[in-house]
Each structure stands twice: as structure tokens, then as C-alpha cells.
Design a protein around this ligand. Structure first.
Ligand code: B1M
Length: 226
């Protein structure tokens, strides 16, 4: 199978929510065919670039899953199955995305804000930034603003990354920034935000240092900010 066909097949299987070949998927008759685990391993064996795989097979396919959920074609368990596919693929890709022995570029605290359980994008950002040499403190998802601020303070972090996927939770990014200001810490930490409902203008509005459309832009923006 050539590279582009393989990348398309991985994306298809993420959308189908098929982690391993035994899985049925949303459509009928897929059981027994190679799924995300087998195909990602095959791609690595064929020398496909791990970053390309993240961009072209994983990130894009979750967009499609979101559209299907919006159209009521998919239910929450379908979204979860696709999320599991991305998580499994990232575990396989992790060693290929991490550089060994890179000098630390500083401490980076990362969190999905309070009320928000979406962590796939944050986890991708976490692995990519670790691979770029940052010491990552990943607080997980649904993290209260106070805990984020405390961690930045305790770790004397130079960078903070906030993720939100819901229009109802993105406002919690502002509460983190306001809390940092109240504690006189705003100047000590650069705040980067990301997640589907956020944007350049939202970042400006809440006083963040930068908006990152994806993990790769996060790396670029960090490079130009330091
Ligand atoms: Co939810 N969900 N979900 N969901 N979900 C969305 C976000 C939604 C857009 C789907 C839809 O309706 N089209 C919609 C939000 C609508 C809105 O707010 N207007 C939605 C909804 C409604 C919900 C629930 C409310 C559903 C319900 O219960 N009725 C519920 C809320 C739960 C909660 O959080 N309290 C819910 C639940 C879930 C699951 C648990 C089932 C699952 C999450 C599993 C998990 O994350 N472990 C899920 C999923 C999978 C999605 C979609 C389909 C996919 C999200 C995703 O992983 N994208 C999503 C639809 C969509 O986004 N199109 C949807 C792939 C990921 C790689 O991209 O997260 O954008 P993303 O991250 C990117 C960039 O944004 C950026 O880099 C990342 C990597 O390139 N980035 C950063 C992100 N954070 C960054 C931080 C940085 C830098 C860059 O800091 C430096």
C-alpha cells in the first residue's frame, strides 16, 4: 500500500472507531481487516513520517467525527471509540515524536480548563512539546483555574498552555489569566491557548500571549516568542 493510501485508511479507521482488526466499526463487514493499530505500525515500518500521520490521519479525522456527531449520525460512544483510536495511535507514535537528550527549553504547564473533558488535542500538544524539549507538567482535563495558577507558581513555569473544546468552557481560560493578574504573576508566564472554539481574536480579547491552531503552530509560536 502506498503512503497516501495508508494515511487515508488510518483516517477511515479512526472515523470507524476501530482500534484493532477484531473491532467491528460503525459500518458492517470491517471485522478482520487491519485497523488503526495494525495500520499505524505498518506506516512506521514503511517509513511514513510520524508528524505527517498525526496531521493527515488523526487530527483531520476527528473533524469528520465531530461533523457526524453534529448531524446526529454518531452518538457519544462513537466519538469515544474514535478518541480511543487517536489515543492508541499516539501511544505507538510517541517514541517517534520524542527526541532523546534534548536540552530543556523550560517548564510548560498544560491543562484542559474546568468543565471540559476533551483531552485528545491537549495530549497531542503535550507529546509534541515534550519532543521539542519542554518539561511538560500535564494537569489533565477539567482542571480548576486555581489549581492551574498554583502549579504555575509552584513550578515557576515560564509557559502555560490552556485547551478548551466547548464554547461553554472557553471562558475559563479568561478566569485563569485574570487569576494570574490578581496574583501579580501575569508577567512571569507566557500563556498559549488552543482548541476548536478559540481563535486569534479570542486570545487577544482575554489577554493570552498567543493562539495556536494546532500542535505544530504551538511549536512555531513558542520558538518565535523565546
Ligand atoms: Co465532544 N464536543 N462533547 N466529546 N467532541 C465537540 C467539541 C463538538 C464540537 C462536537 C459537535 O457537536 N460538533 C461539541 C462542542 C460544541 C460547542 O461547544 N459549541 C461537543 C459536545 C457538545 C460534547 C458534549 C457536551 C456532548 C454531550 O455530552 N452531549 C460532551 C461534553 C463533555 C465535557 O467536556 N464536559 C462531549 C464529550 C465528548 C467525548 C467525551 C465523547 C469525546 C472526548 C474524548 C476525549 O477528549 N478524551 C468528544 C469528542 C471526541 C469530540 C470531537 C468529536 C473531537 C475533539 C477532538 O479530539 N478533536 C469534537 C468535534 C470537533 O472538535 N470537531 C467534539 C481532535 C483534536 C486533535 O483536535 O482538540 O481541536 P483539538 O486539538 C488541536 C488544536 O485545537 C490545538 O492543537 C490540537 C492538536 O493539533 N490545541 C491546542 C488544542 N488545545 C491546545 C492547547 C495549546 C495549543 C494548541 O496550548 C499550547
Amino acid at each position: 500500500m502506498d503512503e497516501s493510501e495508508l494515511l487515508k485508511k488510518i483516517a477511515f479507521n479512526v472515523i470507524q472507531g476501530r482500534v484493532v482488526s477484531e473491532d467491528e466499526g460503525v459500518d458492517e463487514g470491517l471485522e478482520g481487516r487491519p485497523a488503526v493499530t495494525e495500520l499505524v505500525n505498518q506506516a512506521l515500518e514503511q517509513g511514513v513520517d510520524a508528524k505527517k500521520l498525526v496531521l493527515e490521519s488523526l487530527t483531520n479525522s476527528m473533524e469528520t467525527v465531530g461533523q457526524k456527531f453534529e448531524n446526529k449520525e454518531y452518538l457519544i460512544p462513537d466519538m469515544l471509540a474514535s478518541a480511543e483510536c487517536v489515543g492508541t495511535a499516539m501511544e505507538i507514535l510517541k517514541p517517534h515524536l520524542l527526541k532523546q537528550g534534548v536540552e530543556s527549553k523550560g517548564t510548560f504547564v498544560l491543562a484542559t480548563v474546568a468543565g471540559d473533558l476533551h483531552d485528545i488535542g491537549k495530549n497531542i500538544v503535550s507529546i509534541m512539546l515534550k519532543g521539542d524539549g519542554f518539561d511538560i507538567i500535564d494537569l489533565g482535563c477539567d482542571v480548576p483555574s486555581e489549581k492551574i495558577i498554583e502549579t504555575v507558581k509552584a513550578e515557576n513555569a515560564k509557559y502555560l498552555g490552556l485547551s478548551a473544546l466547548l464554547t461553554t468552557t472557553m471562558k475559563n481560560m479568561e478566569s485563569v489569566i485574570d487569576g494570574l493578574k490578581e496574583q501579580g504573576m501575569r508577567e512571569q508566564v507566557k500563556v498559549f491557548i488552543g482548541g476548536a472554539p478559540t481563535s486569534e481574536s479570542f486570545a487577544e480579547q482575554i489577554g493570552a500571549d498567543a493562539y495556536c491552531k494546532d500542535a505544530f503552530q504551538a511549536i512555531e509560536r513558542l520558538r518565535s516568542s523565546s
